[in-house]
Design a protein around this ligand. Structure first.
Ligand code: ATP
Length: 464
C-alpha cells in the first residue's frame, strides 16, 4: 500500500514537472515567488483546458434540446449570497492556528488524517476531538481553538467603501443560474424538464490550498442546474448519473479510476435529498472529489423567491404553477484537467529508450497533428511541408509546425505533449526517386510508433 502511494506521489511529481517544462501549467506570479492557491495555464494548458470546456459544452448544452447556456457576471449583488446562505456558517471551514507559527490549517483535514469525519461537527466538538486525539499542528506545535472561516473573497465596488459597496467574488457559478431562472424562462419558454449550463471562474479563499490544481483559490467550474417537476426527480437523477459517466468516459478516464461516493444521509446538506460525489483516483492521494451531483429540491429557487420577492414559479401550459426542483451536476475544470493528464501520462520503451508520452484522446490533445519537413535546410521540402501544414491548419486549427532537431527528437517532443500524429514530408513526397510515392507523406502514430504512408489528398479524412 505504502509502495503504491509512493509510486503515485512520484507519478504526480513527474506530471507536475512535465506541466511546467512543456508549457501546460505554471505557478501563479512565479517570478515574484508565487501566490499560493493560484496557477497559470501555459500555451498547451490553455489549449487542453479549452478543449475540456468545449467538449463539455458540446455534450451538455449544444448536444441536447433541453439545455440552455448562460454566462453570468462574476460580481453579483451581495444579497444573492445572503439568500443562498453563503455569507453564513454554511460556507465556512473550521480553522485552527499553530499557536507558535500562526500558520492556519483546516481542522476537519487534521481530524480526517486520524480517521475522524468532522463534516457538520460543531466547533466545541472539533476542539474536544483535537484534544482527545492529542492532535498538533503539522509543525508539532499546539493548536488554537477552532473558529469558522468564511471562504468568500470580499471586495468593494465603486469609489466609496462601506456596507453598500461590499461585494464578493462568486464562490460558485450556480447562483448566477438561479438568479437568471426567470429571465431564461421568460425569454426562451422552455418546456419542463430543462436545464441551464454555465462555465466560469469561481473563487474560494481556501485555508490550505494544495495538491496542484486540486484545491486552489481561483478555479473554473462547469455547472448545470436541471429543473424538473418535483415528482420526476428520481427518474431524472438516474438519467443524469448515466450522462455523467459518459462524460468521464469522453475524458478518457478509465472506469476503474472513477467511483461514486454516495454522501450518507446524515452528512447531506439540509436541503439535499441525495448527493453523489464522483471521485477520481488521483495518484499518491487516492479517490477524492472530481465532480459533485446533488438533488437540491426547490431550496435555491425558493430562497431567492423569498429574499427578492420575485416569483420563481414555472407555469405549465394548462396553468399549473409550481417551483421546480433542481438537479445539480457540478464539475471543476482544474480537477478534470489534472485527471486527464495523470490518466494520459505513460512511460514505455521505444527503440531501446525510455519515452514519456501523453496518451490523450485526439479530441482533447492540444495539437491534433504536427507537421515537419524531413530536413529544414532543403527549401523544396520546407515548401511542400508548409503546403501540407496550411491545408491541415485550415481544417483543424490546432496543428503544430515542428522543424527543430532531427525527426526522432521531434517525435519524442510531440509524444510528451500528447500529439496523436506526426506527419513528415520527405523526398518521396516530392516524387523525385519514386514517382508512385509523389504527394504521399508519412504519418507516425503516437501510441504505437507505427508509421504509414498516406496520400496528402486523404489526410484530412484520415485525421478526423
Ligand atoms: P471539496 O469538498 O473538495 O472542497 P466541494 O464539495 O466544496 O469540494 P463543490 O462546492 O461541490 O465542491 O464544487 C463543485 C466542484 O468544483 C468540485 O467538485 C470541484 O471539482 C470544484 N472545486 C471546488 N472547490 C475547488 C477548489 N478549491 N479548487 C479546485 N476545484 C474546486
Amino acid at each position: 500500500m505504502a509502495a503504491e502511494k509512493n509510486e503515485g506521489v512520484e507519478k504526480m511529481e513527474k506530471v507536475v514537472s512535465l506541466c511546467k517544462r512543456r508549457g501546460f501549467v505554471f505557478q501563479g506570479s512565479e517570478i515574484y515567488g508565487g501566490l499560493k492557491g493560484t496557477w497559470d495555464l501555459g500555451p498547451l494548458g490553455v489549449a487542453l483546458n479549452n478543449r475540456i470546456k468545449s467538449e463539455w459544452w458540446k455534450m451538455f448544452v449544444d448536444g441536447r434540446e433541453d439545455m440552455y447556456g448562460l454566462d453570468a457576471a462574476i460580481l453579483m449583488n451581495a444579497k444573492v449570497w445572503e439568500a443562498s446562505g453563503h455569507t453564513g456558517a454554511g460556507f465556512c471551514d473550521p480553522l485552527v492556528e499553530d499557536t507558535e507559527t500562526g500558520e492556519r490549517y483546516r481542522a476537519d483535514h487534521l481530524l480526517k488524517d486520524v480517521g475522524i469525519n468532522a463534516d457538520g461537527m460543531a466547533l466545541p466538538d472539533i476542539d474536544a476531538a483535537i484534544t482527545a486525539n492529542n492532535i498538533k499542528s503539522p509543525k508539532g506545535n499546539p493548536l488554537s481553538p477552532a473558529r469558522q472561516f468564511n471562504l468568500m473573497f470580499e471586495t468593494t465596488i465603486g469609489a466609496t467603501a462601506g456596507p453598500d459597496g461590499k461585494v464578493y467574488l462568486r464562490p460558485e457559478t450556480a447562483q448566477g443560474i438561479f438568479v437568471n431562472f426567470k429571465n431564461v424562462v421568460d425569454s426562451m419558454s422552455p418546456k419542463m424538464p430543462f436545464g441551464i449550463g454555465q462555465i466560469g471562474k469561481a473563487f474560494r479563499n481556501e485555508i490550505a490550498p494544495r495538491e496542484f490544481l486540486f484545491r486552489v483559490r481561483e478555479f473554473e467550474q462547469m455547472e448545470i442546474e436541471y429543473f424538473v417537476k418535483p415528482e420526476d426527480w428520481e427518474v431524472q437523477f438516474e438519467a443524469w448519473r448515466v450522462a455523467l459517466w459518459n462524460w468521464f468516459d469522453h475524458l478518457g478516464l478509465k472506469r476503474e479510476n472513477v467511483q461514486e461516493f454516495e454522501v450518507p444521509e446524515n452528512d447531506l446538506a439540509h436541503y439535499s435529498k441525495r448527493t453523489i460525489d464522483f471521485e477520481y483516483n488521483y495518484p499518491g492521494k487516492g479517490f477524492d472529489e472530481l465532480a459533485g451531483f446533488a438533488y437540491r429540491t426547490d431550496h435555491d429557487l425558493k430562497s431567492h423567491m423569498n429574499a427578492s420577492g420575485v416569483s420563481m414559479e414555472y407555469i405549465e401550459p394548462d396553468g399549473t404553477r409550481f417551483i421546480p426542483h433542481v438537479l445539480e451536476p457540478s464539475f471543476g475544470v482544474g480537477r478534470a484537467l489534472t485527471a486527464v493528464l495523470v490518466e494520459a501520462y505513460q512511460e514505455d520503451e521505444m527503440n531501446g529508450e525510455v519515452r514519456t508520452y501523453l496518451k490523450l484522446p485526439a479530441h482533447l490533445a492540444p495539437y491534433r497533428v504536427a507537421v515537419s519537413p524531413l530536413l529544414k535546410n532543403k527549401p523544396e521540402l520546407v515548401e511542400k511541408a508548409r503546403e501540407v501544414f496550411s491545408l491541415l491548419k485550415k481544417e483543424f486549427g490546432n496543428v503544430a509546425w515542428d522543424d527543430n532537431g532531427n525527426v526522432g527528437k521531434r517525435y519524442r517532443r510531440q509524444d510528451e505533449i500528447g500529439t496523436p500524429y506526426c506527419i513528415v514530408i520527405d523526398f518521396d513526397t516530392l516524387g523525385e526517386e519514386n514517382p508512385e510515392q509523389k504527394d504521399t507523406v508519412t504519418i507516425r502514430h503516437r501510441d504505437t510508433g507505427e508509421q504509414e504512408r498516406v496520400a496528402i489528398a486523404d489526410l484530412i479524412s484520415k485525421l478526423k
